[in-house]
Design a protein around this ligand. Structure first.
Ligand code: GAP
Length: 519
């Protein structure tokens, strides 16, 4: 990770803690690795993201309904879904540093280093040849570049084969052949590679002998698959239709770092779209476009999103891609869109012995529908918004603003924890009383914050730091003519308006429904 991006992530983590967005879990006991708690401002932002997703998926699509399935499910669910046998990551330990790594990630990092070496060769040659440099020709003919490319292709092929065949010996040999060192100890003193199942298990039942091993769900999707017929029949749903769900998922990630990007307990927002076999590619393209629009309507910059097609498809998928976001660590997966064929429903049919089919009245036929799923991590959405919004700016200092530096979170107003701060200019002369009246009136329609301590400049800074888009300031003129100033967070511009127009003016600017209209 480049240094300034590394710094940005560190700053975001510390800001998130200082301003009540995200705390390490059980921090008084030194925290729990890759588990986090959302604080008083974090939970508001999170709830707003959920509302934005839920309303878009369900309210704006009349053929999609939501459910809330339990986290615990019958253990056979996970046999049928393939998670018991195949939800594994290959892990390896370094005997000197005692650190554990994902073997495939070590190989991928080594490949990235080789790619960087090619980039360096290009830079060097560009400097040497100046204007006459032909990059395309150089990449096709330079012996060192060709040697690196050959090694990269070989490593990619061997990685793919080792993963597809669950061949852990081949994976170890690849690490040896690529001469990969432990980044901490610097040695090549590796253990063998072992498969590690990512599901957390526990036992249900009070008597040890009777207790059944059950799992904390590693994805919310299976709660939707097993309820497919319940919803279809009781909701009288006609294909194509979707079932949406927001909920917790748990994965015992081997290497969990990068803050809330990779957690052991996290939240997913998933939708399974059931379609007639043969129409799945149309649905896949439809949802790719829709989901991208949903992301881009937030205004975080379209260049920060891109599609990444999966080249190695899971055995049950016939198309899959990620929507990647430009996080402080670079472009990484934010959402997955997968065409999962009829794999899950058919497998549940087989394991449960129950039919999970749709009766098509028009063709008078029953069939197992195909499924296109959209799956976005709520915590990753949170991180994309927080890291993109974090800005350090110089402020000149006028109109009550304090000069110097400010940290502002330019969170999309519709998602901001507080929409309006109500601030009496000074804590005397009847201004707090007037401001309190205004606060009570506005809080019915908006999440509002009232504060009368400190200078107005400091209070503006505190509101900037938690991303409050509008500050309504009550001053001496308010007492004379019932006007207030509205200060806008990003521009810091102030406008004097009639008190009675404040709600109406701000409503459209902070409304999730207005965001939805843009899609
Ligand atoms: N049902 C499909 C599924 O679970 P996935 O690609 O494994 O697919 C979907 O996960 C999304 O869940 C990812 O795009 C990511 O946003 C989020 N996610 C997955 N693992 C996560 C983790 N350990 N921490 C935070 N978010 C995670």
């Amino acid at each position: 990770m480049a240094n300034d991006q590394d710094n940005l992530l560190k700053k975001v983590i510390s800001h998130a803690k200082e301003y009540g967005f995200v705390f390490p879990s059980s921090e008084i006991y030194d925290g729990l690795s890759a588990v986090y708690d959302y604080g008083q401002n974090g939970v508001e932002l999170k709830n707003n993201i959920k509302e934005y997703w839920w309303k878009f998926m369900t309210q704006m699509h009349d053929n999609i309904v939501g459910i809330d399935a339990a986290i615990f499910m019958h253990p056979t669910t996970w046999k049928a879904s393939g998670h018991v046998d195949a939800f594994n990551d290959p892990m390896i330990d370094n005997k000197d540093s005692k650190k554990r790594y994902r073997a495939d990630v070590l190989v991928e990092d080594a490949i990235t280093k080789m790619e960087e070496k090619i980039e360096k060769e290009v830079d060097k040659a560009e400097k040497r040849f100046g204007e006459s440099f032909d990059e395309k020709m150089f990449l096709q003919t330079n012996p060192r570049v060709l040697e690196y490319k050959k090694k990269i292709d070989e490593a990619n092929d061997r990685l793919k084969n080792a993963m597809n065949n669950s061949d852990m010996e081949a994976m170890k040999q690849l690490i040896v052949d690529l001469e990969i060192n432990d980044p901490i100890s610097g040695t090549k003193n590796w253990t063998d590679v072992r498969q590690f199942n990512l599901m957390f298990s526990t036992e249900m039942g009070s008597i040890a002998e009777d207790a059944n091993k059950i799992y904390l769900r590693p994805e919310t999707a299976q709660g939707i698959f097993v309820n497919f017929l319940n919803v279809q029949k009781t909701g009288r749903m006609k294909i194509p239709f979707g079932i949406a769900q927001i909920g917790k998922a748990f994965r015992n990630e081997i290497v969990a770092r990068q803050f809330i990007f990779r957690m052991r307990e996290f939240e997913q927002m998933e939708m399974q779209y059931f379609v007639k076999p043969g129409t799945e590619m149309e649905a896949y393209e439809f949802w790719k476009a829709k989901r991208m629009k949903w992301h881009q309507a937030l205004g975080l910059g379209s260049a920060n999103y891109r599609f990444h097609d999966h080249l190695n498809l899971a055995h049950y998928a016939n198309a899959a891609c990620d929507i990647q976001f430009n996080f402080p660590m670079g472009f990484k997966e934010l959402e997955g869109i997968h065409s999962r064929t009829d794999f899950d429903l058919k497998s549940h049919e087989k394991h449960s012995g129950k039919k999970l089919q749709y009766f098509d009245g028009e063709s008078n036929q029953s069939y197992v529908p195909f499924v296109v799923e959209t799956s976005v991590g709520l915590d990753r959405m949170f991180l994309s918004i927080l890291s993109n919004s974090y800005k350090e700016e110089k402020v000149a200092g006028a109109d009550g603003e304090e000069g110097g530096e400010r940290v502002v979170l330019s969170i999309p107003p519709a998602l901001a924890p507080y929409k309006i701060a109500v601030l009496p200019l000074v804590k005397k002369d009847g201004l707090p009383e007037k401001a309190t009246d205004i606060f009570h009136e506005l809080k019915v329609d908006f999440r509002c914050y009232y504060e009368d301590k400190d200078t107005i400049g400091r209070r503006y800074r505190r509101m900037d730091a938690i991303g409050t888009p509008y500050c309504v300031t009550i001053d001496h003129q308010t007492l004379q003519d019932n006007t207030v100033t509205i200060r806008e967070r990003d521009s810091m511009k102030q406008e004097r308006v009639e008190i009675s127009t404040v709600g109406e003016k701000i409503q459209k600017l902070v409304s999730i429904n207005e965001l939805l209209k843009k899609i």
